[in-house]
Design a protein around this ligand. Structure first.
Ligand code: ADP
Length: 302
């Protein structure tokens, strides 16, 4: 069996009497782009810092590349972290920042400055001072610093925080490219729209507990929902009533239906009733929808 890059078991964390995390378990496997999602204060940063052994957890266990998180140093450069605030020498150039970073890490092998700058799309800006970079460029330089050590597992805390739309696009494009470099990524974020396009797997935290966990397919799977475009709206709505299909949305001739059965079955019923079906496809849920449902469910529970 594949060894998880990160194995979190029944993780709990208290700050004094306040419970920040309770019973959190999940694995991150090689090649996954794993998202830690949740509203502010739900425990994302606490999970991340405990997972990296930077903060001592109160209960449970964490293994990172097979080592207990308390001894993360034993992973010897195979793990790198990018925090939301770039830690850079502002009055030094991009190249100097990279050179100092390598010296600090005593790095003798791995990706050189040229290679990492290419990877993060900052080639040609070697001589520019860090203070003259946009926040998006700074974030990419921080990622370049992390990548210079050739880590296998890259952890990013809120990589999109504070960025303008161009910055978001640049960093998203970079994270997408890293996915193809074979890196395993763990990303904390509350930018659901972007994360939906990036992640392969996600854990949703709400008030320090795991509210959902799985692959994006599992989390957003269509269930019994289909989107259909029909030539006869009247007849379709009649059928919906007859078969107790729930009409979730309607725009012109297009309906989103929760039929609780397969798309084939819905198609058959429509065609049998003489409705012309222009298009019919399983309707995936979205991360923002899932999120809303989880938060509502939490608020409804006592
Ligand atoms: P997120 O990253 O999802 O915004 P955090 O992990 O930062 O959430 O916080 C989870 C909970 O723990 C919050 O209620 C927060 O107020 C609390 N918390 C975080 N850090 C500390 C700390 N150093 N001392 C006390 N409480 C903290």
């Amino acid at each position: 069996p594949t060894q998880p890059v990160l194995a979190v078991r029944d993780l709990g964390k208290r700050y004094g009497s306040q419970v920040a995390l309770e019973g959190v378990s999940f694995d991150v496997l090689p090649g996954q782009i794993f998202g830690l999602l949740g509203p502010n204060g739900s425990g994302k940063t606490t999970t991340l810092t405990c997972a990296l052994g930077l903060l001592r957890h109160s209960s449970g266990s964490v293994h990172i590349l097979g080592h207990p998180s308390e001894r993360i140093f034993e992973t010897k450069g195979r793990v790198a972290v990018v925090f939301d605030t770039p830690v850079l020498l502002r009055n030094h150039t991009i190249l100097q920042n990279l050179t100092y970073g390598a010296r600090l890490r005593n790095q003798t092998k791995g990706r050189g400055p040229k290679e990492v700058l290419e990877l993060v799309g900052l080639s040609g800006l070697e001589k520019r001072k860090a203070s003259q970079l946009s926040l998006g460029q700074m974030r990419r330089l921080s990622i370049a610093l992390a990548l210079a050590g050739s880590p296998e597992f890259l952890v990013l805390d809120e990589p999109l925080a504070g960025l303008d739309p161009i910055g978001v696009r640049e960093v998203m494009a970079l994270l997408g490219r890293l996915r193809h470099e074979g890196l395993t990524l763990m990303v904390s974020s509350h930018r659901l729209f972007e994360m939906e396009r990036l992640l392969t797997h996600a854990a949703v935290l709400i008030e320090g507990r795991l509210a959902a966990l799985g692959s994006m397919e599992e989390l957003l799977g269509a269930g019994g929902r289909v989107r259909v475009e029909v030539d006869d709206l009247e007849k379709t709505l009649g059928l919906a009533q007859q078969h107790a299909w729930k009409v979730l949305a309607q725009r012109d001739q297009e309906l989103t239906i929760d039929a609780g059965s397969s798309p084939q079955e819905v198609n058959r019923k429509l065609v049998q009733a003489g409705v012309g079906v222009e298009r019919l496809a399983p309707a995936r849920s979205s991360l923002p929808d899932l999120f809303e449902q989880l938060v509502d469910a939490r608020e409804d529970s006592p």
